[in-house]
Write a protein that binds this ligand. Structure first.
Ligand code: ADP
Length: 542
């Protein structure tokens, strides 16, 4: 027997309709690409998103067509998201930090018909446009006054393009399993892979993200997503914030410490989300200028492991911290480190121990750890295994890739290695390809990195496994010092000594001027392995 409830498909554009109707005057504030601060609200975003839909239809875009965005976090980008999805086209967010050849590869693989982009990326696109035969038109997110001369095909000024539509338009209703958006994983190894979100998965994910123990913003809060709309579905914030009526503050192209601080402070932001490198810049700026953020209640940090020293720095400043783990394939939220009983009473270092884990999943994500043969491993907080996940907002296949990515139980292998404890708290020990195999045992590069950045002179640290004649691999610690600070190899090793098992201690420390990052802000270990490919340990001769 079926239930007798209404057939109400979970469609992304219903979110912005709700925001316009019940939170229409809630602001969306942007540091615009052109420079000035721009203010609008959910009612206007909804009205202009309808014009985007109408303009896309005028250009012949239909259900299932891909429309790319290569753009910063701005109000216009948000309008475009909803405008594309509202007619059942697919909003393909492209990461502009990728190499031009990778951008071309991705646009061709997705067969994007229109590219909507910021002024910043016009020159890059002009260079690769001849390699993008599927693209029929470029829309530049600006007004006439700022539009540059360009060779881009059928280029049009966004403000003129939507002004040609009257906005008298009804969004379509279709099956909730229709594709809504796509995002390619970085592909630091192999080709990038397209993750194709559905309307249903995005709406369910927004509901998950809204829970108090997840992102948890309300209509009275203000959220600044430093995480870009093009990184892993913007962690769901482009859906969760409007669904709650949360005020949004969009940082545009400026993500340095001073610019992010200024917006957090002047807009009295209560919640913010981003990767550790962004918080590193913010904390350094705040320490150097001796400034505070009294309104900031919650810093959500994910994408890479959040170092303990960073968690402590935010707590000391009076903000709460939520360490999150996830991936593009998971829409992306997987786990969040919230204190649950009996840990709510913990204080000091014991509290940090829990906050530093990657946390436990919200309802809608199931997890298991297994050995290489797929056998489940115990949740004892010690045993490492392959982390596998299942849920309604988790990928079951990649776009136009013909291979099965699920195990017999329908779980997706995340490629991460982790422990689970008896309370369900998960701790990532490594990417499976980064774990250091020393004498048949595993050493966690993430644990060593977290510890090393706790040294007051260290700005950033990376650990890679380097060949060792006796142990197979041993850890090499690569350190970038803070500007104006100094420390020797011995200082750093002494600082780490006693805080980890003796056999985990790095065999050597190498100092570098800068640690390379991927397009999504992760340490680029492939580049470091390359840089240190001829390195031999002083201990290797022993
Ligand atoms: P991309 O692969 O495009 O850089 P993703 O965000 O999809 O972007 O990357 C997901 C991976 O990032 C995870 O599988 C994991 O290895 C890593 N990651 C994400 N959050 C954390 C975290 N809190 N701690 C450690 N690793 C993390």
């Amino acid at each position: 027997m079926l239930g007798l409830m209404q057939d109400w498909p979970l469609l992304c554009h219903k979110i912005i309709e709700h925001a316009a109707k019940y939170h229409g005057t809630r602001e969306v504030v942007t540091r615009s690409v052109e420079g000035p601060i721009h203010r609008t609200n959910y009612a206007q975003i909804h009205a202009r998103a309808l014009k985007v839909s109408q303009s896309l239809e005028r250009d012949g875009i239909k259900l299932g067509d891909r429309v790319a965005t290569i753009a910063w976090n701005t109000w216009r980008h948000l309008e475009v998201w909803y405008g594309i999805m509202g007619i059942g086209a697919i909003c393909h967010t492209v990461n502009p930090r990728l190499f031009p050849e990778q951008i071309a590869w991705i646009v061709n693989h997705a067969q994007d018909r229109i590219v909507i982009t910021d002024l910043t990326f016009v020159p890059v696109l002009e260079k690769i446009a001849s390699q993008l035969p599927s693209v029929e038109r470029y829309v530049v997110l600006t007004d006439k006054a700022h539009m540059p001369q360009t060779t881009l095909k059928n280029a049009v000024v966004y403000e003129d393009w939507i002004a040609a539509s009257d906005g008298k338009f009804e969004w379509k209703t279709f099956d909730e399993n229709t594709a809504a958006a796509m995002c390619y994983t970085s592909g630091t190894t192999g080709d990038p892979k397209g993750v194709l979100y559905s309307h249903r998965s995005n709406v369910l994910h927004a509901l998950m993200a809204n829970s108090k123990d997840a992102l948890g913003t309300s209509a009275a809060d203000t959220m600044l997503p430093v995480v870009p709309l093009f990184h892993a579905n913007s962690w769901g914030i482009a859906f969760s914030a409007p669904s709650m009526g949360t005020k949004l503050v969009m940082p545009g192209p400026k993500l340095d410490g001073a610019s992010v601080y200024e917006l957090l402070s002047t807009e009295k932001v209560t919640h913010t989300a981003g990767v550790p490198t962004v918080w590193l810049m913010l904390l350094q700026y705040m320490a150097a200028n001796n400034v505070k953020l009294p309104d900031l209640q919650m810093v959500i940090c994910g994408g890479s492991a959040m170092p303990r020293s960073m968690i402590k720095a935010f707590l000391d400043m009076g903000s709460q911290v939520r360490h999150a783990w996830g991936m593009t394939e998971m829409s992306p939220l997987g786990t969040l480190a919230t204190l649950k009983p009996p840990f709510t009473e913990r204080t000091g270092e014991e509290r940090l121990d829990i906050l530093q884990t990657q946390g436990y999943p919200p309802f809608g994500v199931e997890m298991k750890i297994t050995d290489d043969a797929g056998k489940e491993l115990p949740w004892d907080g010690k045993t490492f295994g392959r982390l596998k996940v299942s849920g309604p907002a988790i990928a079951k296949a990649y776009f136009h890739v013909d291979s099965n990515i699920l195990d017999e139980e329908g779980y997706f292998d995340t490629g991460d290695v982790s422990t689970m404890d008896e309370h369900g708290y998960m701790r990532i020990t490594d990417r499976s390809k980064d774990v250091i195999k020393s004498g048949g045992e595993w050493i966690s590069s993430i644990d060593l990195e977290n510890l090393a950045v706790g040294h007051p002179a260290v700005a950033e640290a990376a650990v890679i496994g380097v060949h060792h004649p006796k142990w197979d691999e041993r850890p090499l610690l690569i350190v970038q010092l803070k500007q104006g600070e100094s420390a020797t190899r011995e200082d750093i090793l002494k600082f780490m000594d006693g805080k980890i098992a003796k056999w985990w201690m790095p065999d050597d420390v190498a100092f570098v001027d800068g640690i390379p990052h991927t397009a999504t802000g992760k340490i680029l270990k492939t580049a470091l392995r390359d840089q240190f490919k001829d390195y031999t340990f002083p201990t290797a001769a022993a």
